[in-house]
Design a protein around this ligand. Structure first.
Ligand code: GLN
Length: 504
C-alpha cells in the first residue's frame, strides 16, 4: 500500500474519531466477551460434581477450592500485563504484541473445549498469558490514536470502554443459555469463537492502525533492549533503593512463611516491580518526567482502593443478592446472575453522558483533571455502599432486603467506575514516559488485579464481621480516601506539569 493510502486510512474518521478506534473497540469487545463469558462459567464448572448434571461433568471441587483458584486466576490475568507491557516496549511494539496475545487466546479457549484435566490448566495458563499480552497494549494503542493535547482522547477511551462492556454484557447473557443447552465445553468453545472474531477484526483493520503501536515510533529515544537488566544492575549501586528492596524482600519472605508460597511469590514479584519503578524514576532525566511518573504511581493507590471496594460485586454483593434480597418482581423471581448484568448495562447507558459532562465542564474552565475525576469516582462509588448499609439494616430488621438497594448501589458503582476507569487509561497514555508507556499500562492493570485480590480478602471477612460492618467500613474508608485526594489535588496537579491544561 502506498504511503499516501496508509496516511488516508489512518486519518479517516467516523463520528469524529479515528476509524482505528472502532477496530480496537470491536477487537476488545470480542476479547472481553471471551474473557467474561469464560469467567462466568469457571467457578460453576469447578464446583459441579464429577458425575455431572445436564451441563456435563464438572471438576467436583469444594467451593473454597474453586474460589481460591478463581481469585488467583482473576489476579494473574491482570498481573501478567506487566510482562505484556515490557514485551511491547522493548521487543515487539504494542500492535504485534496484541496480535500474539489474540492468537494465544484463541488457542487457550480452544484447549478449554477439551475435557481433560491437563487441558483445563493449560487453557487457563494460555488465557492468562494472552490477556497479559493483549489487554494493556490494546489500551495503550487507543491513546496512540490521538495527538498530545487532543480533547477527544478521554472520550475515545469512554467509547472504547463501551466496547469492553458490550462484550461483557453479551457474554453474560448468552453463555448461560449455551451451557444449559450443550454443556460446559460448548460454553468454553463459544468464548473461543468470540476471540477468533476479535482476531479477524484486528487483522482486517490493520490498515487503520498503521501509525500506532509500532516499536519504531519510539525507537529514537528508546534505550537498548537490555535496559531492564541495566536498571537492575544500577540497583546494586544505589544505596537507598537497595535498602528499600532488601526490606521488601524480608517482608516477602515473612509473607511466604506465614501465608504460604502463593502470597510469598506474589510479594517477591511486587518487590521486583517496586525496585523497577524506583530505578526507572532514577533513570528518567528530566524533572518533568520524574514528577509525572510519580503522580502516576500515586494515582495507582486510588486504583487499588477503588477496585478493592468495587469488586465486591462478583463476591459479597452477589451472595447478598442471592441469599438476603427479596428478588420477587410481578410474581416472578429475578435470577441472581441478572444483577451481574446491571453494571455493564449502566455503562452502556451512561458512558457517553459522563464523558460529555466532564468534557463540557473542562471547556467551561471547571475542574476536570483526571486526578479530580478519579477522586470523585471513588467518592461516588463509596456512596453506593451506603445503599448496601441500608440493605443490611433492612435485612436485620425484617429478614430480607429490597432489591432496589442493590440496583442503586450498582448504579453508583458504575457512575464511579466511569469517572475512574476509562479516565485512568487515558491519563496513563498522557503521562507515561514514551519508552515505558506499555509497561505503565501493565502496572496499572496489575494494580487493578491486586484490587481484585483485596476485594476477595475483604469479602471473606464478612463471614466474621457481618455485612453491615463491612459495607459501612468500605463506605467510610472510600469517602475519606476520595476526599483526601481532592484535598491534595493542587500539589498533585502541579506534578503533572500541565499535561492536561491545554486540551482542545
Ligand atoms: N471491567 C474493565 C475491563 O474488563 C476493567 C477491568 C480492570 O481494569 N481490571 O476492562
Amino acid at each position: 500500500m502506498s504511503k499516501n493510502t496508509n496516511e488516508k486510512h489512518f486519518e479517516s474518521t467516523l463520528f469524529g474519531h479515528p476509524i482505528g478506534l472502532y477496530i480496537l473497540f470491536f477487537t476488545e469487545m470480542w476479547e472481553r466477551f471471551s474473557y467474561y463469558g469464560m469467567r462466568a462459567l469457571l467457578v460453576l464448572y469447578m464446583t459441579t460434581e464429577t458425575i455431572g448434571d445436564a451441563r456435563g461433568p464438572g471438576l467436583g471441587w469444594t467451593s473454597q477450592e474453586a474460589l481460591a483458584l478463581y481469585g488467583w486466576y482473576t489476579m494473574l490475568v491482570y498481573v501478567m500485563s506487566i510482562p505484556g507491557g515490557m514485551i511491547a516496549d522493548k521487543l515487539l511494539g504494542q500492535k504485534k504484541t496484541v496480535l500474539f496475545g489474540a492468537v494465544i487466546l484463541c488457542i487457550g479457549h480452544g484447549v478449554l473445549v477439551l475435557t481433560d484435566t491437563w487441558a483445563f490448566y493449560t487453557g487457563l495458563g494460555l488465557v492468562i498469558l494472552g490477556v497479559g499480552l493483549l489487554k494493556p497494549n490494546i489500551s495503550t494503542m487507543v491513546g496512540g490514536l490521538y495527538p498530545q493535547g487532543d480533547i477527544r482522547r478521554d472520550k475515545g477511551f469512554s467509547i472504547f470502554y463501551i466496547g469492553i462492556n458490550t462484550g461483557s454484557l453479551l457474554a453474560t447473557m448468552v453463555i448461560g443459555f449455551v451451557v444449559a443447552q450443550w454443556g460446559w465445553h460448548a460454553g468454553f468453545g463459544l468464548a473461543g469463537i468470540a476471540m477468533v472474531l476479535g482476531l479477524i477484526v484486528y487483522v482486517w483493520g490493520q490498515k487503520y492502525l498503521t501509525h500506532v503501536g509500532n516499536l519504531e515510533i519510539h525507537k529514537s529515544n528508546t534505550v537498548d533492549q537490555s535496559s531492564y537488566g541495566l536498571l537492575f544492575k544500577n540497583l546494586l549501586k544505589s544505596k537507598n533503593q537497595m535498602f528499600i528492596t532488601v526490606i521488601l524482600s524480608v517482608v516477602s519472605a515473612f509473607g511466604w512463611y506465614s501465608l504460604g508460597w502463593g502470597f510469598g511469590l506474589l510479594f517477591f514479584f511486587l518487590t521486583i516491580i517496586a525496585a523497577l519503578m524506583m530505578m526507572i524514576y532514577k533513570e528518567l532525566n528530566s524533572q518533568l518526567d520524574k514528577d509525572r511518573f510519580l503522580v502516576l504511581l500515586l494515582s495507582f493507590i486510588m486504583v487499588i482502593i477503588f477496585w478493592g471496594a468495587y469488586e465486591q460485586a462478583g463476591g459479597l454483593m452477589n451472595l447478598y443478592a442471592d441469599t438476603k434480597t427479596d428478588r420477587m418482581l410481578l410474581g416472578m423471581q429475578i435470577p441472581t446472575v441478572m444483577f451481574q448484568s446491571l453494571n455493564a448495562g449502566f455503562i452502556i447507558l451512561f458512558a457517553a453522558a459522563v464523558a460529555s459532562y466532564w468534557a463540557k465542564r473542562k471547556l467551561k474552565g471547571g475542574e476536570a483533571s483526571s486526578i479530580f475525576k478519579m477522586a470523585v469516582g471513588i467518592v461516588i462509588m463509596g456512596f453506593g455502599f451506603l445503599f448496601m448499609v441500608f440493605a443490611a439494616m433492612q435485612f436485620e430488621k425484617s429478614g430480607s432486603s429490597s432489591m432496589l438497594w442493590l440496583v442503586m448501589a450498582y448504579l453508583f458503582h458504575t457512575i464511579g467506575e466511569l469517572c475512574i476507569s476509562p479516565v485512568a487509561l487515558s491519563f496513563i497514555t498522557k503521562l507515561s514516559p514514551v519508552k515505558y508507556a506499555s509497561l505503565m499500562m501493565g502496572v496499572y492493570f496489575a494494580a487493578t488485579g491486586l484490587g481484585n485480590k483485596v476485594a476477595g480478602i475483604i469479602g471473606e471477612s464478612a463471614s466474621s464481621l457481618g455485612e453491615f460492618s463491612v459495607f459501612l467500613g468500605i463506605f467510610l474508608f472510600t469517602i475519606v480516601i476520595g476526599v483526601l485526594f481532592v484535598l491534595i489535588l493542587k500539589p498533585l496537579k502541579r506534578l503533572t506539569h500541565g499535561a492536561e491544561d491545554n486540551e482542545k
